[in-house]
Write a protein that binds this ligand. Structure first.
Ligand code: NAD
Length: 495
């Protein structure tokens, strides 16, 4: 149960200027440049972070490389690495509320969601990979008897993790948990719009006993620090969550440098398909509203396209609009808020521009469409519903990453699936139907990494999460994530 008084105390604490974390020590960037951290709650400057340079990034990579090569971490017995990671998770859990409030002041997610999705999820994820690491075995291949083929799993070396602003702790832990568990060294690059909570979590790793150099954090601009990581000749893999545009740059930088692997978790335009035979349309409307409007739509798997069977279209949209209208939008540190702030002003302006374009292309603004609470200085937007959207419209094709729902009617299951698959993305989707055969058919038909049936969203770390098509490659979460952070090595032995 969240304690509003405690949150109100934490929200007023001063936040010290933050430095880089390289080789176990905190310090300024070379030249001392900083970036302002603007709180989306009220547009004020919360503190500064160090603006890392290319040289700072190279120092962090060198520290990570040295830590990897001398084996201070990867050669520890797995059970010892596990103890340190479990101690780290305990420290994060002990500070969960303070970390979450700090993160919300930085990125604007409503605290009711952030407490579970951020600190809670980071703790669960790090524990999961810590517990797994002394249960990962190599293999003996069924070769002909004069040989023995041993298959070892080895860490890659230096991993660069580049993180977005919507869920920094959750997504950060999805990368750090498996990468560190198997013995890699990491250089972490948080988003310039959400660095604070991840920096604190990284400090806690050292308190838990992680050796210096194994985890380094370089804050700063994407086109400086992120690009330097992507072009480094000494980084073995980039693991990234963020936009498709940045994903493309990472692939180009890899091909122009050392062909490092790039694992990309990119955006989506996920279809949430409601059939007239759904068992509880009221529940479907409520959950679907949450599936697009929580965290102001800044959720990669957000059900941003609603496809509704024509027979129920008008009633369902009205019901969903009622649920959306009842959501309280505003101060993300108020425990009653159901949709907090848009992360930054540029994103808010882009969201509003999408609404304009949608109408110009023939969509109908059914509800919302405007900035809210401008007098607070913060960045808030009304849950927005646009109907009469055709598959070719911009709002049906491009990711908004804001609280904007595009609604399209369909007549048949085949038409629904064709519409669902009519974008370049393939991250997630949803289905609402009581017909078991139809549910299974549609799960198979949807070209996405995740399909939700009679629900939307699910935080459990035990299942893989990743996209197909232009939503990316590779998965986070589950034991399958270890594939990104390990190489297989064959030892071919003549007996
Ligand atoms: P973004 O691509 O702008 O930034 C992500 C990170 O990349 C940041 O740390 C940024 O500094 C860095 N970066 C920016 N330019 C770079 C460059 N030239 N080289 C290297 N790094 C660079 O994305 P964002 O706005 O922070 O996040 C929103 C996007 O992330 C949305 O598209 C959303 O769908 C996606 N996302 C995807 C998932 C998923 O799991 N698939 C999860 C969350 C968010």
């Amino acid at each position: 149960m969240l304690d509003q008084a405690q949150i109100d105390t934490l929200r007023h604490q001063a936040v010290a200027a933050r430095g880089l974390l390289i080789d176990g020590a905190t310090g300024p960037s070379e030249g001392g440049q900083t970036l302002d951290v603007i709180s989306p709650i009220d547009g004020t400057v919360l503190t500064t972070t160090a603006a890392g340079t290319r040289d700072d990034t190279a120092r962090a990579v060198a520290a990570a490389r040295a830590a990897f090569e001398d084996g201070r971490w990867r050669n520890m017995p797995p059970a010892a690495r596990k103890r340190i990671l479990l101690a780290w998770a305990d420290l994060i859990e002990a500070e969960a509320l303070a970390l979450t409030v700090l993160g919300v002041r930085d990125n604007g997610t409503e605290i009711g969601m952030a407490i579970k999705a951020e600190a809670g999820s980071a703790v669960a994820t790090i524990r999961y990979y810590a517990e797994a690491i002394d249960k990962l075995y190599g293999e003996i291949a069924p070769t002909s008897p004069e040989f023995m083929g041993l298959i070892h799993r080895e860490p890659l070396g230096v991993v660069a993790a580049i993180i977005p602003w919507n869920f920094p702790l959750m997504i950060g832990a999805w990368k750090l948990g498996p990468a560190l568990a198997v013995g890699n060294s990491v250089v972490l690059k948080p988003s310039e719009s959400a660095s604070l909570s991840l920096l604190r979590v990284a400090e806690l790793a050292f308190e838990a006993g992680l050796p210096p150099g194994v985890l380094n954090v370089v804050t700063g601009r994407g086109d400086v620090v992120g690009d330097a990581l992507a072009r480094s000749m000494d980084v073995d893999a980039v693991v990234f969550t963020g936009s498709g545009a940045t994903g493309r740059r990472l692939l180009a930088a890899s091909s122009e440098s050392n062909l490092k692997r790039c694992y990309l978790e990119l955006g989506g335009k996920s279809a949430n398909v409601v059939f007239a035979d759904a068992q509880d349309l009221g529940e479907a409307a409520k959950v679907s509203a949450g599936g697009i409007f929580r965290n102001s739509g800044q959720v990669c798997v957000a059900g941003s396209r609603l496809l509704v069977e024509r027979a129920i279209h008008d009633d369902f949209v009205a019901e969903l609009a009622r649920a959306a209208g009842a959501m309280s939008v505003g101060d993300p540190l108020d425990t009653a808020t159901q949709s907090g702030a848009v992360n930054n002003l540029t994103q808010l302006e882009q969201n509003l521009a999408f609404v304009e374009t949608a109408q110009a292309e023939g969509g109908t603004l059914y509800q919302g469409g405007e900035r809210l609470l401008e007098d607070t200085g913060g960045y808030y937007m009304a849950p927005t519903i646009i109907t009469d959207v055709a598959a070719a419209h911009t709002v049906a094709q491009q990711e908004v990453f804001g609280p904007v729902l595009a609604v399209t009617a369909f007549d048949t299951e085949d038409e629904a699936m064709a519409l669902a698959n009519s974008t370049v993305f393939g991250l997630a989707g949803g289905l609402w139907t009581a017909n078991l055969g139809r549910a299974h058919r549609c799960v198979r038909a949807m070209k996405t990494g995740v399909v939700h049936v009679n629900t939307y969203g699910g935080p459990d770390v035990t299942v893989p999460m990743g996209g197909v098509g232009q939503s990316g490659n590779g998965v986070d979460k589950s034991l399958h994530a270890f594939d990104k952070y390990t190489d297989l090595k064959t030892a071919w032995i003549k007996l």
